[in-house]
Design a protein around this ligand. Structure first.
Ligand SMILES: *Cc1c(COP(=O)(O)O)cnc(C)c1O
Ligand SMILES: [Zn+2]
Length: 419
């Protein structure tokens, strides 16, 4: 196990009190540890929460730090040089609902974060925890969006960043990391190869916080803020159903955890939210396990345009299965042509240009509706986790671009005669 500094020091991470093994329940002091020394299971942050009121949250900053009391971050977080993600719009999607035959549909639009994906949330929490734990470098293996968020957050905090990405990544995501002037390492191979290299590095470089490897328990907690915001924006209540894109699966698992915490704290009326996971057919290890009724997730080799979701060996896969089975949801997948159609449908009906992960979510929403697994009459939230401007290649061949006209009325009339 990697400890940044001696565990005898008491870390100030708000109401977080321990790391608990998700498999055997063993408890450990807060520190730079991510796996259980008893059973190698993954660790999760546990809290000792005081009573928390809606008023106290509503009086907080207009970003994820309004929920700082529910996160593993230092108490003076608002004063540290973190990014300020969150408070993204929950858009009522009436046009899309009509097109799909649904009664009430919302899109949680994560484009509004500092680097245009939900990854800014998890990175901000990881950064705050990593600094408190004594790390010096912020690092990650990434399918793209995480690299963007790490490079930006480290630049703002004035610390060094190092991001490892598959060499075949979309140009928008490569430039979206390189522009921040940290260390960018393209690696030949799949994300799973990049991830393996990062895990080896984390054993050697004791002052590097790989946000999704050795400080993963802290990082993952950041996704809870999506769930908190949805509940707050609905007037402190929970939706009936939610559809979440799945790569590692952490986002889905933590949104469910957030809903449970809010109900336990008495901040929302208790309600069962049915949680659904969405994968691309070209990388659907969790959907396959769900369909097969298995508890273990067999790794796959990804081949899909949805590169942000192309994790063939998802760390949280078994916990995604637990959540969807417990809540009456499902995990399903859709092929690349339907993913593109999903991107186009969200854009054409709601003016929201999401990335390929959004196309996956839309395509799977349609499939779940067609299969009768998702209730068209229940209030539903879907996550648009990233920005279409980063994955232009996915739609480039599918949008008809008209030829330029000369600047005269005749040519204009000829062009628009069909309109
Ligand atoms: C990383 C990512 C996801 C998946 O998140 P996990 O927590 O790994 O399941 C979904 N959408 C986008 C845009 C991402 O970048
Ligand atoms: Zn354990």
């Amino acid at each position: 196990m990697t400890f940044a500094v001696s565990t005898s020091r008491l870390f100030r991470l708000g109401n977080a009190c321990a790391l608990t093994c998700r498999e055997c329940g063993a408890r450990f002091d807060l520190g730079g540890q991510h796996a259980c020394t008893e059973c190698f299971g993954p660790l999760e942050v546990s809290y000792d929460l005081p009573p928390i009121t809606r008023q106290a949250i509503e009086a907080g900053p207009r970003n994820i730090w309004r929920y700082a009391s529910l996160l593993p971050v230092p108490p003076d977080i608002a004063a540290t040089r973190t990014t300020e993600p969150g408070r993204t719009p929950l858009v009522r999607a009436d046009n899309l609902a009509r097109a799909l035959g649904m009664r009430l549909l919302w899109v949680k639009d994560e484009r509004a974060n500092p680097t245009h994906s939900f990854k800014d949330r998890v990175v901000a929490v990881a950064l705050a925890a990593a600094i408190e734990l004594g790390y010096r470098v912020l690092a990650c293996p990434s399918t793209g969006n995480l690299a963007n968020a790490v490079a930006a957050a480290a630049a703002r905090a004035g610390i060094t960043s190092a991001v490892l990405v598959p060499a075949d990544l979309e140009l928008g995501k490569v430039l979206g990391s390189a522009v921040y002037d940290g260390l960018l390492v393209p690696v030949e191979g799949s994300y799973d190869d990049v991830n393996r290299l990062a895990s080896e590095l984390a054993e050697e470089r004791h002052d590097w916080a790989f946000v999704n490897v050795n400080v993963r328990p802290y990082y993952a907690e950041g996704s809870k803020t999506i769930g908190y915001e949805i509940a707050e924006d609905l007037g402190w209540r929970l939706p009936g159903q939610i559809v979440v894109p799945v790569a590692s699966g952490a986002q889905l698992v933590k949104i469910d955890k957030a809903f449970g915490e809010l109900a336990a704290l008495g901040l929302v009326p208790p309600a069962q939210v049915r949680v659904f996971g969405a994968q691309a057919s070209g990388c659907a290890p969790v959907a396959a396990a769900f369909a097969g009724g298995h508890d273990v997730v067999a790794p796959v080799k990804p081949d899909t345009i949805a590169k942000s979701l192309a994790i063939g060996n998802p760390a949280d896969g078994p916990y995604v299965l637990d959540v969807v089975r417990r809540t009456g949801g499902a995990v399903a997948d859709a092929p690349d042509d339907e993913i593109v159609a999903g991107i186009r449908l969200l854009a054409a009906t709601e003016g929201i240009f999401g990335e390929t992960a959004a196309g996956v979510t839309l395509a799977v929403l349609r499939r779940l509706l067609a299969a009768g697994q998702l209730d068209p009459d229940a209030e539903t939230v879907i996550i648009n986790s990233g920005d279409g401007l980063k994955t232009l290649d996915a739609v480039a061949g599918t949008v008809k671009l008209p030829a330029a006209i000369r600047p005269n009325m005749t040519e204009f009339e000829r062009l628009v005669c069909a309109v």
